[in-house]
Design a protein around this ligand. Structure first.
Ligand code: FMN
Length: 308
């Protein structure tokens, strides 16, 4: 399974923010058995994030407004990378900035670190006031970050797109034209929940990002739309909880997928997803998941539409 110049053992990647720095799971999961691990979003410096409550359960999903709490890139390199290297993890570092210069600086620093396989550019976090999503909500902002990072690194770069836009395929196109190797989509949907007894928002940040099965059909539609618009690989995500969900994303056009919220429910989900995927490939006489990418057959539906 290839994503640009990056080779993955399988199409399953742990989604950023839902798998810590990977090391937390090292004792219970063989980290090298995953296609990759997108680590929690990192800024140049440490951040505390928002005060609690910052997670709320919702129907078929969850709302979060963590606010990108993190240990910062330097501590990550010193404290986490040695173990990730030892365990043979394919490490995709999710980087965040409030300015383009910060993304550039992070990319420069990480380019020299042994064992960093790729950079995921988080231009889509809905939970911070500056930077992040403000870049990802416009064609211009997306292209600006991607072009600047492209100029300073040879690592594969995957801008992570926000679904909180009218036309995600135009943003994906801008990312491709600016030099991205792939695009990751989607980040969470801006959402809120209110406690009607107190009339207070359930999250300290008032609004947060919705993830989990509730968003999956929208995310699949966005992968499908982007597949028509760009040639670079798509890493699809949003609400995956089963092998059948993984397949839906791949058939819609994703080359690989990420799994986030489901990992909180079942941290041992990975071998189950892989077994389900292998079983499907066997039943359909396919050698690799790559053969399935974008194979959605819309012809019958189109004929029905024309004749009605
Ligand atoms: C608690 C939490 C923290 C997250 N933190 C990050 C992050 O640091 N960087 C990022 O790009 N996405 C982050 N995300 C978004 C996920 O990586 C993923 O895009 C989203 O949750 C949709 O996938 P899912 O429905 O499988 O969780 C976070 C999501 C959750 C639920």
């Amino acid at each position: 399974m290839k994503i640009g110049s990056l080779t993955l053992a399988n199409p399953l990647i742990a989604a950023s923010g839902c798998f810590g720095y990977g090391t937390e799971y090292g004792e219970i999961i063989d980290l090298s058995s995953l296609g990759g691990i997108a680590v929690k979003g990192l800024f140049l410096t440490e951040r505390e994030g928002h005060p609690p409550p910052r997670i709320v359960e919702t129907p078929a999903g969850m709302l979060n407004a963590i606010g990108l709490q993190g240990i910062g890139v330097h501590r990550f390199i010193a404290e986490k990378m040695p173990e990730l290297r030892d365990r043979g993890a394919v490490v995709i570092v999710n980087i965040c900035g409030t300015t383009i210069q910060e993304y550039v600086e992070l990319a420069r620093i990480l380019s020299d670190v042994e064992g960093v396989a790729a950079l995921e550019l988080n231009i889509s976090c809905p939970n911070i006031k500056e930077g992040g999503i403000t870049f990802g909500c416009s064609v211009h902002g997306t292209a600006g970050v991607v072009r600047a990072v492209r100029a300073v690194t040879r690592l594969p770069i995957f801008p992570k797109l926000t679904p909180n836009v009218t036309d995600i395929s135009s943003i994906a196109r801008a990312a491709e034209e600016a030099g991205a190797d792939a695009v990751s989509l989607v980040n969470t949907f801006l959402a809120m929940a209110i406690d009607v007894e107190t009339r207070r928002p359930r999250l300290s940040n008032i609004v947060g990002g919705l993830s989990g099965p509730a968003i999956r059909p929208i995310a699949v539609r966005m992968v499908y739309e982007c597949r028509q618009a760009i040639r670079i690989p798509i890493i699809g995500m949003g609400g995956i909880t089963s092998a059948s969900d993984v397949l839906e994303f791949i058939i819609a056009g994703a080359a690989a997928v990420q799994v986030g919220t489901a990992n909180f429910v079942d941290p041992l989900i990975w071998p189950k997803l892989l077994d389900g995927l292998r079983d499907y490939l066997r039943r359909h006489n396919l050698n690799t998941a790559a053969e399935l990418c974008g194979t959605i057959d819309t012809s019958a539906r189109e004929k029905e539409w024309i004749s009605s």
